[in-house]
Design a protein around this ligand. Sequence first.
Ligand code: ADP
Ligand code: MG
Length: 743
Amino acid sequence: MEKSIIKLKNVSKFYYSKGVIASGFSRINLEFKIGEFVAITGESGSGKSTLLNVISGLDSYEEGEMYINGEETSHYTEEDFEDYRRKYIGNIFQSFNLVNSYTVYQNIELVMLLNGAKKKEVKDKVLELIRKVDLYKFRNTKVSKLSGGQKQRVAIARALAKDTPIIIADEPTGNLDSRSSKSILKLLSEIAKDKLVIVVTHNYEDVEEYVTRKIKMHDGKVLEDKKIRDYKEVSNIKENNYKDISFLSKIRLGIRNTFNVLPKFLLVLLVYLFVVTSLMSEYASFREEEHLESISGYNGYFLDNDEDRIVLKKNDGTSFSEEDYNDILKIDNVDYVMKNDLLLDTMINISDNDYYLSTRVNSIDNFRGKIDIGKMPEEESEVVIAGSKNDYYIGYMANEILDRELYLTDMYTGEMDKSNPIKIVGISYTDSKGYYSDDVIYVNNSIMESLTYEVNQVYSKIKVLFQNKYYDSSNYDNNFRIIPKRNIDEGNAYISSDLNYLCKNYNCIGTDISIDAENIYYKESINLKVNKTYDKKNIESLTGIKDYESISGVIFISSTDYNKLYSKGNFQSSVFVKNVHNIDNTIKLLNDRGYSTLKITDALVKLDALAAIRIFKTIVTVILAVVLFFISYFVIKVILKSRNIYFTTIRMLGSSKKVSRQILIIELINDANIAYLLFGVFLLLNYFGVINISFAHTIIEYMKGNDYVLLYLVLVMMSYLISNRFARKIFKDSAMKVLKEEV
Ligand code: ADP
Ligand code: MG
C-alpha cells in the first residue's frame, strides 16, 4: 500500500469573527492517494469548502495535524504553504477566477510563466492543453467572451498547466447548465488517472459513473466515506518543479497589463499626465523664479540691468578699436556691442516747450524690436522710441509725440539744443513693466557721438587752472561744465564774469587757463585763453542761452577743443548676448581675448528676502510633490481596485508578493513612460511652434537636461511607492478572504 499524499488527523478549523467562534469543521480524519477521484457532497454550510481550502493550503487549521506526503504541516509558515501550493495544488473554482481581459492562450500561459517557464518553451504545451479541453478554436479569444462551460474548461487547462499532483475543484459546475456540467466532470475524471482530484459537487448523479470514492459531510463532520470503485494507484508522486518567474516574463506581463484594459489604461495615463504636467510646471516656475531672482536686485550705478549684458574693459587699459569690436562680434552668442557703455546707464532728456521725456539711449543699429506705430527712421534726425504701453508719453500720448520736433537737452543746464532737432517717427512696445527708466530712444550714430562726449564729461572730473592754481568743485560753489559752441575759435574760452576774482585785477580776459578732464580711464588737458566773459546782459547774444542763473560755472569752448577732451574713444563697452543661458561661456571667450568682464547680474545687491522666497519655493515644490503623490495614489488605487481580482488570481497561481509588486511596478512605470513621452511630444510641438501654450514655453526655457532626468526619477519613484503600498494592501489579507470579497 502506497502512503497517502494527504492525511488529516483529527483536524479542526474554527472561524473567529467579532468575538464569536464558529466551527468550519471538526475532528476530521481523512487520507487521500494519487489516482483517486473523490466527490464530496453535503448540504450548504456543512464545511466542504472549508475542508478544501485547508487541504489547498489557502486556509490554516487550528487543531490536529495535516500531513503532506508524510510531512507534518502544523509548523508551516505562510511561505511554506505558498511553496506547498506551487508544488502540489491546482485549484478550480466555481467562479472560474480567470483573467477576463486575457485570451484563452494568455490565461494558460500565465500560470506557466509565473512558475518560471520561458515564453518560447511553453507554446506547444499551452496549445496541447487547449486542444485537450477542446478550445483550440477559441485560443485567441478573450475569456470574457466565452460561455460558462468554456470558461471552466480554460480553468481546468490552467490547473493542468501547473502540472501538480493534486487538483481541487470546489463546485466547478455550480454555474453551469447540466450538459456542460457533465462534460466538465468527465474531463476531470480523465485527469484523475494520474492525479488526485477532489471535487465538491451538488450533482452527485453526474459524477457517480466516474468517481472512485464519495465523501458526504454534515455539520462539519464526515458522515459517510465510501469507496465506489477501484482505481490504479500511482506510485511516484511528481511534484511541480517550479522556478521563480523570469525577469523577461515579468516585463512581458507588466507591459501586457498596461494595455489590456483600455479604460483603465486611459485613466491611469490621465493621472500620470496630470502629475507630469503639474510637477513640470511647478518645477519650471520654480526655476524661473530662481532665475528672476538671480537677475533682480538693486544697483545704484547701472540703469540697464538687462541680464544679457556684460560690461567690458580691455586688460591693457586702452580704448577699443574697430578691430576689437569686429573680433568681439565674431563670438557666436554675441548679439551686439554697445560701444559707449556709459550711455546705457545715463538718462537723457528730450523736450520741446510742452513735452519732457526722460529716456535711456541706444544706437538705432542695436534696435531689435518691431515698430508698432509709425516707421523706421530714414533721415539723420529721425529716431525710434521703445517702451511700455503703460508709459504716459509712449502709450497714451503716442500720437501727440509722433513726428513732433523735439530737442535734446543739456544734461547739466537743461538747455534745449535747438541746433539739432530730433523727431520720433516710430514707437515700439516692449513687455517692460513701465518703470521710469525703461524707455529707450534709438538714435543715429552722429547723435550717438555727441551724446557720447556729453556723457564722457558727466563721468569725468574737471579742474581749471587759473594763475597757477587749480580749481574744481571742492573750492568753487558750482561744478565746472564745458559746453562746445560752434562760433568760438579753437584756443579761446568764454567764462562767467563771476570768475573774474580768480584773475589779476579782477579781470580774466586775456588770461591763460588750462582745463583738465580726468576719469578712471584717462586724463587730458587743454590750454586756452579767456577771450570773453559773459554776464546776465550779454549771455544771450554770446551763446543764445537766456537763463544766466542756470549756467554760471559753464565754460564755453570750441568744438575742436571739446573733442580733444572727450572724444578719446571708448574705454568701456557692453556686450549683449543672444542666449543668456550661455552667458558664462561667452564671458570665458571674452576673457580669453584679453577683456575684463562684469556680468551685470553679478553687480546687483541681493536682498535677503529673496533667499527666504527661494526656501519657501522649495518647500512648496516638495509639498506639491507629496500632495500629488497622495492624490495620484488614491486615484490609482481606486482604478486598480478593479484589479484586485487579477492580483488575487495570480497569487493563487503561485505569484509571491514580491513578484506581484514587480509586475505592477513595471505596469505603472510603463504608464509613466508613456505619459512622459506624450508630454515630451507636447513640448516639442510647442518648441517648433505647431502649438503655442505659454506654460510649455516656460518649461522649455527654464528646465535643463538634469531637471528632466530628476523629474523622471520622481515619477518612477512614485510608481514604485504606489505599487509597494498596493501590493502590501492586497497581501495583507489572506488570498481566500480577498477572493471571497471579490466574488
Ligand atoms: P459549504 O462549502 O459546505 O457550503 P463552508 O465550508 O463554506 O460550507 O462553511 C462551513 C461553516 O463555516 C459554515 O457554518 C459557515 O458559516 C462557516 N464559515 C465559512 N467561512 C467562514 C468565515 N469566513 N467566517 C466565519 N464563518 C465561516
Ligand atoms: Mg462551499
